[in-house]
Structures are given as C-alpha cells and as structure tokens.
Design a protein around this ligand. Structure first.
Ligand code: OXD
Ligand code: MN
Length: 594
C-alpha cells in the first residue's frame, strides 16, 4: 500500500519517515482496522509462538501471550516525564531533560526494527470524530501491541479521516528492542505530544493509548485546556424508578476498580430493581458541561483487567467479558482443554498445565508453591462483551457525575466511607489518598504509600500544579459532584477484613447516591461525614451493626498521626501546594484537637 495515498496528513507521514529512518524496519504496514488484517496478524503471531490460539468452541477468538519473565508490570522507576524545566515535572515524577532523553533513547531505537515490521496504528481515544476525543498514532514492532490496541482503543483508517490533513495527534514510538531491562525506558515529552517506549512488551508500558497518553499526556493537555484526565472508573447506579446516577471512582492500580465498575448488586437490591452499569473501569476524561455539571467519558474501548481473583463470585461480568475476542497475558495455559486458568478462578487448578513462564505446572511445582499465573497477569477484553455495559458507553458526551469517590487499601485509618464537606475539602481528601502497594507495578507489595487521586504514577506534570488544577476546576462548576472516600479493606485486630466487599459495596454506593440527592442524613466527624449506622442497609450482608460501627470509627489518635504524615508529604510540594490545601490540613488538625 502506498502510505501517502491513504495518509493525507503530512505530519503523520513525517513522523513515520523519521521513525523509520531511526529504527530501520524491513517494512511498514498500516493498521486499517479490518477483520481480514487482524486475522492475518493473529495467524502470524501464532506461527511465531508470540501468541497461542485457545479453544475456539470454549473461548472463541481468544489468545494467550507470555511476556518475558523480566517484563511483567509497569516500571515506575524507568518511566520519565521529559519536560524542559525539571521543576515542572515535580517531586514525584522521574525527570529527564528532553534533549538528553531523545539522544539516549535514539541510540537504543537505532536499527531496533531491522528484520522486523513497523506497524502504524491510527487510534482514537474516545468515539472517532467526537469533539471530546483525541487521536494518537503508535508505531510499534509488536503484533501483540497491535492486537491489544485494537481491543483497547478505536483503531483504523476512519481515524485518519477524522484527523484530516492537518489535525494534531500524539506521536507514540514503541520498539521491543531486545527486551533488555537495563535499557527499558518509558519516556513522555508532554511539550511535544510524544511518547517513546523501548525494551518492554508489557501492557501498561507499551499500549501507549492507555497510561502514557490517556493519563500522563492527557493530564498535561487537560491542565492547559481546562479539563481533567483521571485514573477513575465510571459507573451508572440505576434506581428502581429507572433514574441513573453516575459515579467516578479513583483507586490505585489493582485495588478493585474493575470489580466496582461491574458490580452485581446483592439479591435484595436486584429484586427491588437496582442495577449497576459500567461506563469505564480505569480512565475518565472529565470536562465542564454547558449545564454547569462535570461530565465524564471513558476514552478506552476495552478492559485491561487483572486476572487473578476474577471469578464467578467476585466479578461474573468481567469473567463473561473475557469469553470472546480476548487476549490473556501471563496466565496458566490449561492443556486439558486448551483454555486458561489463574489463581482464584476456581478451586480446580488444571492437572496438565503450563505456568506463566512457560514451564510445566505439575504437582511438584504446585506443591512447591509455584504460582501458575503471575499476580499481575491480565486480560484484554472488548468493552462491548460486557453484560452490564452502559448505554452511555458509546455516547461521545459521556455522563454527568453526581459523585466522585476516592479510595485505597488501608488496614486501619480510613472508615468504610466518608463524605467531604466541600469541593476543596474533597480535593484535600483525594490528595491525601494512601494505599498499600500491589503487583501492578514492580517493587515491594503491601507497603503504604501516598497515591494522590490514584495518579501518583500517572500525572504528567507537577503534582502541586495538579492539585491547583483540581481546585480551579471546582470554581468552574456550578453543580460540582459530591466527593467521598471509601475503604473496603479495613482489618480487625486479628487481620481479618471487616467488610465483605464486592457486590456488598452496593450498600455503600446507595448511601453515597442518597447523600447526593439529599435524602439521608450523616454524622459529622473531624474528617467529614460518615453514615449513621442505621442508614446502611445491612439486610442479608452478614455484617453486624457492631462491625459496621467499627468500620465507621474515626480514631482521633490514628488521624493525628495521619495528619503529621500528610504534613510531611505536603512539604515536598513547596510553594506549588495550593493554599486551599494547607488550609484544609490546618482545619483537620483543629478538628482533631477539639
Ligand atoms: C492498570 C494499572 O493497568 O493501573 O490499569 O496498572
Ligand atoms: Mn489503572
């Protein structure tokens, strides 16, 4: 195909030419979004062993892929924001000078695609052609990336039509290179709308539409253009009268965003006619609507979910979503019926199986405690498969938000739920989010770290300026959503979870929605409003009122220590910390001293 005949945008052609001159691929192929091309690429990936075709009857159009053993999660310490002024990256991001970064990575990319094909992926984050969507072009030498991007984003030549002759786009260059972890870099150049990723083949590092574009680059664009790119699920809470309220929620990676977004209400709620609809499970682009409310849309087209722990009970909707057209990464290959398995799927690990590293997973391996699937193993599944996908999923306008919910994994401090007192107080609540780390990124698991708005690894600029942007956005909305914090992970003194979580979280969502409607009261505490025990419907939950009381306790002494921790955390932002947040911290301390 003659590229110039199909690609009318000179800037795209120049980007392809310059990248090809650098990486020196044997051939260049434009991804057109057609089924014929997709099938051919799937067949090619299977012929080289890059992917394994699974049982067509049980898992139609599904494939298994194993990454390199050293390449299984996002690498935060190798992820850089490359802006001209180091101070603009802020104290939390890793920073590299753009010129140095281009030079250093240029040497790595040089000739990296020799003997390989460079695929040109035109993709849209959001509905193709919508004024709220943005376009990217990813160049990659990985068929796995192409096939994942075709699930996670909207890909094809119609995106080039929407881009037009001189539209702007985010330039993404990815090469697997030699998968050398010492030369692995995920580089963002927000001032150039550019992303370079080398030496990785793991999702979050290489599906450049997702974390790199839709969060890091988009958060920077949002700050400049007056909107927000957030690490949030979006769900619709439908009441028996059919009225649906929309909630966006930010939790750190692998803390249950997909599960909450696809929640199945307890039977008593289902009988009354309550339903939950999924709009998104990971990313929300949020802007001010003409009606003075905040509107959120999901820029993605699929789900890149954590497999372990997903089962018929925890998330039947996610499980159903993965039964067709899905790519599984780093899970167990069940050789008995050519399907997949992971820890927590069911109690019957396959006898004849291969683990995520490609080794036989036999009785001896199991007895030695070898895990079959990597804890961060994933499924990439089309959103349209999801049984509870919202009608609004394909609506370019997105949905109006009634509530924003923050949350993390906290053993003690945070109560099951509390409501902030105002927009600024809500921004404070988001800014002090903390959570125990998970397997979604490399590094120790279970260590408490501050993760403001769950954006710590994803904010493309200075976190202090990001807080200021949140405060500014609050001034632009006449009817801002109410802001809450939840903690499904509170433990008793013996280390047992106090709250059952999963579908039972509906009971908390109901309180949140009622608070938004002004139809239920609350109890004031030094940190915000918590429910009155009688206002959370416990019928059939197995949770006693006494346990709920414990879940809702705000312990002053614990919070005084927390306030000291926040003060310490805030220090690093210096004069870029908005005065509104210092005032909120002072108010919290005063409330605790009363
Ligand atoms: C993800 C993550 O993959 O947050 O969504 O790591
Ligand atoms: Mn995420």
């Amino acid at each position: 195909m003659n590229m110039a005949e199909v690609i009318k945008n000179e800037k795209v052609l120049r980007f392809i030419d310059e990248s090809a001159a650098l990486c020196n691929p044997d051939r260049i192929v434009l991804i057109d979004g057609s089924k014929a091309q997709r099938d051919a690429l799937r067949a090619e990936a299977c012929s080289t062993g890059e992917m394994i075709k699974l049982n067509e009857d049980l898992l139609p159009e599904c494939y298994l892929h194993r990454t390199a053993v050293n390449d299984v999660a996002r690498v935060e310490d190798r992820t850089f924001i490359c802006c001209r002024n180091k101070a603009d990256a802020g104290p939390i991001n890793y920073w590299m000078d753009p010129q140095e970064a281009y030079k250093m990575a240029g040497d790595i990319f040089k000739g990296s695609m020799q003997g390989r094909t460079m695929y040109v992926i035109p993709y849209s984050m959001g509905i193709v052609g919508s004024e709220f969507s943005k376009i990217g072009i990813e160049l990659t030498d990985s068929i796995y990336v192409v096939l994942n991007m075709e699930i996670m984003t909207r890909v094809g030549t119609d995106v080039l039509d929407a881009l037009g002759k001189d539209g702007d786009f985010v330039k993404g260059l990815h090469s697997k290179c030699a998968l050398d972890e010492t030369k692995r870099y995920i580089l963002h150049f927000p001032e150039d709308n550019t992303i370079w990723s080398c030496n990785s083949g793991y999702g979050g590092n290489v599906l450049l539409g997702k974390k790199c574009f839709a969060l890091r680059i988009a958060s920077y664009l949002g700050k400049n253009e007056g909107w927000m790119a957030e690490h949030m699920l979006i769900l619709g809470f439908e009441k028996p009268d059919g009225d649906t309220k929309y909630i966006a929620a930010a939790f750190p990676s692998a803390c249950g965003k997909t599960n909450l977004a696809m929640l199945i209400p307890p039977e008593s709620y289902r009988k009354k006619g309550y339903k939950i609809w999924t709009v998104g499970d990971d990313i929300a682009w949020i802007r001010v609507g003409a009606d003075g409310r905040l509107w959120a849309m999901n820029p993605e087209n699929g789900f890149f979910g954590v497999a372990p722990g997903t089962n018929e009970k925890s998330n039947p909707n996610a499980l159903h979503t993965t039964q067709k057209g899905t790519i599984f990464t780093n899970v167990v290959h069940n050789l008995e019926n050519n399907t997949v398995w992971w820890e927590g799927l069911d109690k019957n690990p396959p006898k004849n199986a291969v683990d995520w590293k490609g080794n036989p997973w036999d009785d001896a391996a199991k007895a030695a405690g070898v895990k079959g699937a990597h804890p961060n193993s994933r499924f990439t599944a089309p959103a349209k498969n999801c049984p509870c996908i919202s009608k609004a999923f394909d609506d370019p306008k997105g949905v109006p938000l009634s509530a924003i919910v923050f949350g993390g994994r906290r053993a003690k401090t945070a109560p099951l739920v509390y409501q902030s007192k105002s927009w600024d107080n809500g921004v404070f609540v988001g800014s002090i989010m903390a959570s125990e780390t998970t397997a979604a990124a490399t590094g120790a698991v279970g260590v408490v770290r501050r993760d403001p708005m769950a954006m710590r690894p994803f904010c493309g600029y200075h976190m202090g300026d990001y807080f200021a942007h949140w405060i500014e956005m609050g001034k632009k909305v006449k009817n801002p959503p109410k802001i809450f914090n939840v903690n499904w992970f509170r433990l008793d003194d013996e280390g047992n979870f106090l709250w059952p979580g999963f579908g039972e979280n509906m009971r908390v969502l109901e309180w949140i929605v009622k608070r938004c409607e002004g139809t239920v009261g609350a109890v004031e505490t030094p940190i915000g409003y918590v429910p009155d025990v009688k206002d959370i419907d416990l019928a059939g939950s197995g949770v006693s009122e006494e346990t709920l009381k414990e879940l809702l306790t705000v312990d002053k002494e614990t919070w005084k220590k927390e306030a000291d921790g926040i003060e310490e955390f805030y220090k690093q932002f210096g004069d870029r910390l908005p005065a509104e947040l210092s005032a909120e911290l002072a108010q919290l301390k005063a409330n605790l001293a009363k």
